[in-house]
Design a protein around this ligand. Sequence first.
Ligand code: 5GP
Length: 184
Amino acid sequence: MKRLFVISGSSGVGKGTVIKEFLKRNPGFKLSVSCTTRNKRPGEIDGESYHFISRDEFKKGIEDNDFLEWAEFSNNCYGTRKSNIEQALKNGENIILEIETQGAMQVKKQIADAVLIFIAPPSFEELKKRLEGRQTENPEAIRTRLAQAEREQNDSKNYDHIIINDTIQNAVENLEKIISQYLI
Ligand code: 5GP
């Protein structure tokens, strides 16, 4: 592994799209595939979007100390397997973790030179509109995610960089500029 970049951002902010576009333009990076206990959304592929596992499997992973970091988010568990990072280390890859802020703090404690980047919405109103518009969550889940968004926005003060996702194009270019500072 050359460098580990952690990218966080509130649910609905469009970080998935920004990261996907970044990876298309910068093929030398590897996106770590997380484990989650949440249900698969339409179009998601097991082993690509996430490793979809049961609560029991997740619990066993915690007991076996398999996770570099993990967190409970919107009533589901999400975690990064240490083996993903070790594999990237062996392959000499720059790795990107797309994780929420509690997990990001755990990574920073263990890997001091990890770079933390937060993607923020232009406004809270805009975030609400995007979350409601994508129609993947019910109203209750949207309320939970908006509350999480406020907490995450607050955690973003611990990040090295903040990018405002006003347009995908701008956000991707800013991400490229930030990441290129760390690559020699
Ligand atoms: P979603 O359910 O929308 O895919 O993800 C919910 C949140 O969990 C997002 O903020 C996403 O970045 C975060 N997340 C995804 N994978 C991980 C992980 O491995 N660890 C942690 N801590 N958060 C994750």
